[in-house]
Write a protein that binds this ligand. Structure first.
Ligand SMILES: Cc1cc2nc3c(=O)[nH]c(=O)nc-3n(C[C@H](O)[C@H](O)[C@H](O)COP(=O)(O)OP(=O)(O)OC[C@H]3O[C@@H](n4cnc5c(N)ncnc54)[C@H](O)[C@@H]3O)c2cc1C
Length: 443
């Protein structure tokens, strides 16, 4: 595996492709979503995107229909991700990973979303555990004892990922207000000798039954009279094989079927204090100071938007594999539709690119408003572009033998992802625009 350094010599040129890509025997590789020269990507970003695109186009795309049809976890894609050293994409370089920051990861993940939305979305849950503990944690202030504790504990997790291809999930939804960030998580971590006893339930837990560890957000309770508080949110890895862990319920949803987001139950699960993903108090602080982290759910849908657009162009030009070579591009209505789709795609790419480029701790109010607008735009526009694609291509294009109907179903799920659902984004935007911090209309 070649070493992909963020600080690659800039004289390498933006178009230098990773060795894997150069050696590819793929007939017609797709163009990047973000052309490295046009969007001024660093060589590191461009190479990483080329690598994920090549892998996803050559391997994941063919598997995606079966994964969707059977609503099964894309296990073989994770074997490929591990073999290609991508499981540690966001593990710091100094600790053996690829060292991608938030932006580089988001760009590379969007390329995966183009070919298999469910793989990109589940990969995001895994990668988040490394982003929170790696890139993000490294930008936060910690006293030296806390930093040393974090440094020691995160290496345990990183070794599992890098050596064994361990998969981490990110279950935080509980069906109440906690996942929206309004109240404390009702999953509890009661302090005991050497660790915690975990009790609770997580709904829509993607990768359930397939992850090796569940990176659970829960509320620490120290002592019999302790009251739940969001400030005591803990981020703890629970071994999927631990006593008291079970997976419940059916999984037969509209879209993103390969995520296998079933219900997780924790019943008196003992977890050692070594399994902390972040030291006490750090997650709560990080979530407040790094709001852009919640945008990590968007790359899958950015990729889907691009895929629906690409499909439409190929189809209207009579070049879509699996369909007769009939051209439909000469009709004015088709031209108008693809123009509309292109406008929406470019608007979406632009606001998303700006938001991920300016992501930082304690963003300005304007940058935060833009992040919500970007999240909303990606999640809603990917579905809008997919539905325009179905209408424009017509009946033959929505058969299950082609990927458009899957893109259409998958794209509908983006706006539902807490904590930044499309509704909550508009809610926060409206209030944020009209009120400054501390303002109210009372009295
Ligand atoms: C494919 C898929 C994969 C997922 N994977 C994961 C995962 O890996 N981990 C995970 O933790 N979750 C995951 N989720 C869950 C997701 O983030 C939401 O928690 C889930 O969709 C909420 O469903 P619900 O019907 O319980 O929402 P509800 O809580 O009933 O909310 C319904 C809607 O009401 C609005 N709403 C909710 N709370 C408030 C509020 N306080 N104020 C105003 N409006 C509000 C929101 O717009 C929300 O969409 C996944 C969801 C999907 C669809």
């Amino acid at each position: 595996m070649d070493d992909l350094k963020p600080d690659t010599d800039p004289t390498d040129g933006h178009h230098r492709e990773h060795a894997h890509v150069a050696a590819s025997s793929m007939a017609s590789p797709d163009k990047p979503i973000f052309d490295p020269e046009d969007w001024k990507l660093s060589p590191f970003e461009a190479n990483l995107c080329a690598e994920t695109r090549q892998l996803a186009q050559s391997k994941f795309a063919n598997r995606a229909p079966g994964i969707d049809r059977d609503a099964r976890f894309p296990t073989e894609n994770y074997v490929d991700l591990h073999n290609q050293d991508l499981m540690g994409i966001c593990i710091p370089k100094s600790l053996g990973g690829r060292g991608a920051d938030l932006k580089a990861y988001m760009l590379a993940a969007a390329e995966i979303g183009r070919y298999c939305g469910a793989t990109a979305l589940t990969f995001n849950m895994h990668v988040s555990s490394c982003l929170w503990t790696g890139f993000l944690a490294d930008t936060l202030e910690m006293d030296s004892a806390t930093r040393a504790e974090h440094e020691h504990k995160r290496q345990t997790h990183y070794k599992r990922i890098l050596k064994n291809g361990a998969i981490y999930a990110q279950p935080f939804s509980e069906g109440g207000d906690a996942a929206a960030g309004k109240v404390a998580f009702s999953t509890t971590a009661r302090v005991t000798n050497g660790g915690w006893i975990i009790n609770g339930k997580k709904i829509f837990a993607s990768l359930s039954g397939h992850a090796n560890y569940y990176g659970v957000l829960c509320t620490e309770l120290d002592g019999p009279d302790a009251k739940p508080s969001r400030a005591n949110t803990m981020y703890i890895a629970i071994d999927s094989t631990a006593k008291g862990v079970s997976v419940e319920g059916e999984w037969d949803p509209l879209g993103m079927r390969g995520t296998v987001s079933r219900t997780l139950i924790f019943k008196d699960v003992f977890v050692s204090s070594e399994e902390q993903l972040m030291p006490r108090g750090v997650y709560f602080n990080a979530a407040k100071r790094w709001p852009h982290m919640f945008m990590t759910l968007t790359p899958s849908y950015m990729g889907i938007a691009q895929a629906a657009y690409d499909f439409t162009i190929r189809y209207l030009r009579g070049e879509q594999p699996g369909t007769p070579p009939v051209k439909r591009r000469m009709y004015a209505t088709k031209q108008l539709a693809v123009a509309q789709m292109k406008i929406m795609l470019e608007q979406t790419k632009s606001i998303w690119f700006q938001a991920i480029s300016e992501a930082r701790p304690n963003p300005s109010k304007d940058a935060l408003l833009r992040a919500w607008a970007a999240q909303y735009s990606v999640m809603e526009n990917s579905n809008e572009i997919a539905q325009l694609a179905v209408r424009t291509c017509g009946g033959q294009a929505m058969l299950r033998s082609l990927q458009l109907e899957r893109l259409y179903r998958d794209s509908r799920c983006g706006a539902l992802m807490l904590p930044w659902t499309a509704e909550l984004c508009t809610d926060m935007l409206g209030k944020g625009i009209l009120y400054e911090a501390g303002e109210s209309d009372d009295g």
